[in-house]
Design a protein around this ligand. Structure first.
Ligand SMILES: *[C@@H]1O[C@H](CO)[C@@H](O)[C@H](O)[C@H]1NC(C)=O
Ligand SMILES: *[C@@H]1O[C@H](CO)[C@@H](O)[C@H](O)[C@H]1NC(C)=O
Ligand SMILES: *[C@@H]1O[C@H](CO)[C@@H](O)[C@H](O)[C@H]1NC(C)=O
Ligand SMILES: *[C@@H]1O[C@H](CO)[C@@H](O)[C@H](O)[C@H]1NC(C)=O
Length: 216
């Protein structure tokens, strides 16, 4: 996508709506124009997320997900110069670790909140909108479960290897737990085992895999 062009389109539209509005009524029109249905249309680049703002202002801002770095590259497309941002994985070269496995306990917790989603709603977005939710899990397509810190990812339907891969892929993942309850519960955490609250430790569940990233 060519960002330079997108901005141009936005500016033209905005000027257009200004000429229609009397100064007093502007705020309303602004809200409508920059209200979510319109604003949402810009497809975020991969591995980026919106920075939440109270209202939709002249431009939306995004940032790269944790562990990714924003790079803006210039390219020529059909004779025009475009600025194309991208979020690149930012792995420090000396970031080397190995997994330390143990089986003393499994980790996890019940969601602190579950909401029923309507057809087009997105569980991750709902989670981001709740200041206490750090991981959303979509169960059976309609149920969106909210999990608290220090959990950063949940899947209640996973193989052990998948769970380990998810933790490997996320630079912020420090501890993982996988157990064979149900369809394979995978929880990822961004803190070390000793920082995980006691009430998230379940030593009597079916012990499978507990692993911590430790520096080599
Ligand atoms: C737990 O770990 C210990 C030591 O690594 C091992 O001897 C034991 O078999 C493991 N138990 C299970 C249930 O995997
Ligand atoms: C986010 O939360 C606020 C306040 O609870 C609510 O008014 C708004 O509709 C929510 N937005 C979404 C997308 O759920
Ligand atoms: C988040 O949790 C705190 C402490 O339990 C609570 O006071 C607060 O209302 C919660 N916030 C939301 C948005 O639910
Ligand atoms: C873990 O993630 C939560 C939610 O994103 C964040 O608030 C917290 O600072 C993170 N903790 C660490 C140790 O990175």
């Amino acid at each position: 996508m060519c960002i330079a062009n997108l901005m141009l389109v936005v500016v033209v539209l905005w000027t257009g709506s200004l000429t229609l509005a009397s100064p007093r009524r502007q705020p309303n029109i602004m809200k409508k124009f920059w209200g979510k249905p319109v604003c949402k249309k810009y497809d975020l680049i991969e591995n980026a997320e919106w920075i939440q703002r109270d209202s939709c202002e002249e431009n939306k801002r995004f940032k790269c997900r944790k562990g990714y770095q924003l790079l803006v590259q210039t390219s020529c497309k059909k004779g025009e110069w475009c600025l194309e941002p991208s979020c690149q994985r930012n792995v420090p070269t000396e970031y080397k670790y190995k997994f330390k496995y143990s089986n003393e306990t499994t980790l996890g917790t019940r969601p602190f909140k579950t909401i029923i989603l309507s057809v087009q709603e997105n569980c991750d977005e709902k989670c981001k909108n709740d200041s206490n939710c750090t991981a959303g899990y979509l169960e059976g397509r309609r149920r969106c479960e909210f999990y608290p810190e220090p959990i950063i990812f949940v899947s209640l339907d996973s193989f052990r290897d998948e769970c380990i891969n998810w933790c490997t892929e996320r630079i912020e993942c420090v501890t993982l737990s996988h157990d064979r309850s149900g369809d394979g519960y995978c929880y990822l955490f961004n803190v070390t085992l000793d920082q995980i609250p006691e009430n998230m430790k379940n030593p009597y569940e079916m012990v499978d895999t507990l692993a911590e990233k430790v520096c080599e």
